[in-house]
Each structure stands twice: as C-alpha cells, then as structure tokens.
Design a binder for this molecule. Sequence first.
Ligand code: S3P
Length: 448
Amino acid sequence: MSGHGDAQPMTAHKSGPLRGTASVPGDKSISHRSLIFGAMAVGETKITGLLEGQDVLDTAKAMRAFGATVTQHGPGAWSVQGVGVGGFQEPADVIDCGNSGTGVRLIMGTMATTPITATFTGDASLRKRPMGRVTDPLALFGTQAYGRKGGRLPMTVVGAANPVPVRYALPVASAQVKSAVLLAGLNVPGETVVIEREPTRDHSERMLLGFGATLNVEKTAEGHVITLVGQPELRPQTVAVPRDPSSAAFPVCAALVVEGSDILVPGVSQNLTRNGLYLTLVEMGAEIEFLSPREEGGEPVADLRVRFSGAMQGIEVPEERAPSMIDEYPILSVVAAFSEGRTVMRGVKELRVKESDRIDAMARGLEACGVRIEEDEDTLIVYGMGPGGVPGGAICATHLDHRIAMSFLVCGMAAKAAVSVDDASPIVTSFPIFEGLMAGLGASLSRG
Ligand code: S3P
C-alpha cells in the first residue's frame, strides 16, 4: 500500500517520439462504485475491466469486511455477492482505505444509515484530508462520527438506527459528498434530495438507475436537484467498466509535448462531467482527433489520436469547467509549461484538499524545473516556455500523490534535462501499469 512501504524514486529522461496504442486501465470512480453498489444489491454483480489499483483493492477489502463476498476471477473480472440495502454487518476490525478519499467517503455514506459502528483509517495522505464534508450531511440522517481534530481519520462512525430523509444542498462541488449522501439515502424511508449548483461526475446517478433505484434529476435555477427514493431492492448488474479518462490524460499529454509523437488512446470517456481537460487542450491548439464515438459500459467514449502539437497557446480555463477536470489540473499545468503564454487556472482551491495540496505540489515542482508560477489560495498561473523549453533537471516531491508523480514524470519526458520524483510508489493507487505502458510507447523511464 502506498505510503506504508519504502519510497521508490523514478526518473524520466528526454524521450524519443511516443508511438503506439495506450490502453489505459478501468475508471477509478466507476470501479469503486461497481463494488459498492454490487454489495448493496441482492444477488451477484459481475464486473469486467475493474481497475486493480490499490485504491479499488482497498474498497474490495472493505466490502468483504461489511459482509459482501467479493471474488476475483481473472484480470479485471470480479464478482460481488451483495447483502442488500441495509444488509451491512459490523466489521470486526478497522477499515483501512489506504490512499483513497473516494473509497472512505463513499463507504462512510453507505454504512451511515445502518445501525452498526465502523472505524476508518488510511495512509498519511488520507489522514490529513477533511471528512467533515461527509460527516456533516450524514449527521442530518442521525449518524454520529468521532474523528480527530478537524474531522480527520481515524474516525469512528455510528450508523443511524432510525434515519430520517435529508434534503442537502452541497456547499462544495464534490461528487464524493453527493455520492455519500445518496448512498446513505438508500437505506432511509422516503426521499433523500441532494442539490448541486455545479454538475459533478454523475456516475453514482447513472449506476443507481442501472441497479434499479428510483432516482430523478431535475435541472432548476438552483442547480441539479437529485431525488432518490429510499429502500429500493437493488438488482445485481453486469458492469463493464470503461477506461479512465483521468489516467488517459497522462499518455495524451505526454504525446502532446514529446516531439514527433503520434499515439492512439482507445475508449476515452466523453462524459460531459469528466471531459473538461480534453475541451481545454483542444482550445489550446492540441492535435487530438476524436474517432469512432460510441457507448461503452453505459458511458459515451471515443478513440483519441493524439499528435505532438508544437506551439500550443496558454488560456484562461473557465472556472465553471473545474468540476469536470478537477483531477487533471496537475497534468494540465505540465502542458501549460510547454505552451506559449500564460495558462490561468482559477477557482481551483479544491486542489488543496486532494491526495496532496496539488497547487503547492505543482507550483514547487515546476519552479524547481525552471518554470515561472504564480499562485494564491484559489489560483494557479503557469508561464509557458514553449515546446521543449522547460529546463527540468529537478527532483520533485510527490507527497504520496499519484497524479503529482505521473505529472512530473511526463514533464521529464519533454524537458531539456531529466526530472525525477522522490516517490513513484503512489502510482499503483490508480494506474498500476503506468511505467510499462509509457515505456512501451517509447518513454525513457528509470528507477532511482
Ligand atoms: C471522485 C470525485 C472527485 C475526484 C476523485 C474521484 C469520485 O473528488 O477528485 O478523484 O469518484 O467521486 P471530489 O468529490 O472531492 O471532488
């Protein structure tokens, strides 16, 4: 598990053209949800294409601890024998969610309206992250939570014995909070309502409908009003997990900045709640073709042909786009460093409470690579140095954050001098085949 073993330094050297096909693993958000919804259904859910990253494996382990039978049949092929809504048993030991904010927050929501008690913990990164954003709305159902100062893990959650339905307007644009409240609402009589001002990833809503829940989404002046009818019997499903657009971002952006590259990235989600990075790259002048648009695993997808794009132009990323690309700002800031002019990212303070403070981690690392940065609490501005123009030659700190590690390794593939990361081990949380996949395209990576 990341953060528990020895640090694994890794170095990316200036690389030749990247060529070939980059088949990235399954979507992390949908993988967590397929295990959790499978555990809430009555009968056997079959999953293919599951991301076997550490975050998802930790959720699988947690589902077993709550009484579901979770079995691996082959690479990416899993089944979950669910216990039904309200059927969770009390775990015999602490639930360790490792590095995963999504895992811990969704699971807290799922058990919050069942009269059992569970204690949650995680690695050094997860233990710094705020859980109050989930336990505050869960308290409205009657759930109690006792954590460390600032709502930090380890935390004990006491599920509500007689939960009451809740109407909750999200104070932050967060799919994790939205999903935690909806999952809690599953075991509550009556209607649970979540209102989100800005749309965030909608996988929970899509999957709840797929598993047979009654859910309605109304677009109003206050935003999306999501109404869930409680205590359904969820029907087991066959889930084909589509590839992860957030993982695809790394080979895509590497090909854009490494001279001479021309790669194909099949099956990248075009879900409007996830595709903000791709819109932004196209606006910057990236050469991306969206081929064979189709539906896979209930998500709109396309095959992306991506070529080295020469001089891309920095832009002001529209603030309202942030929720649809929240995990992609680190890699966008690397593309920005190889573009011309300023790239301005505003309204991004949520980045400060991710696996690391991603504004700070990117700012310090890019500065060490010779890039001019401006930042404030809610903003990151990167001054581009043009194609091949980033000096590099730095060792960047990754702070137990997989996306920071992969972003700086991509930076090193195109910079003048090699870029190292102090610890590449967190990459296993979301993209365990990153090193082999990038090397297969022609990237020059070395251990140490
Ligand atoms: C996720 C939601 C996002 C995202 C995370 C996955 C999800 O977090 O950053 O990687 O699967 O719901 P927030 O809900 O905190 O924005």
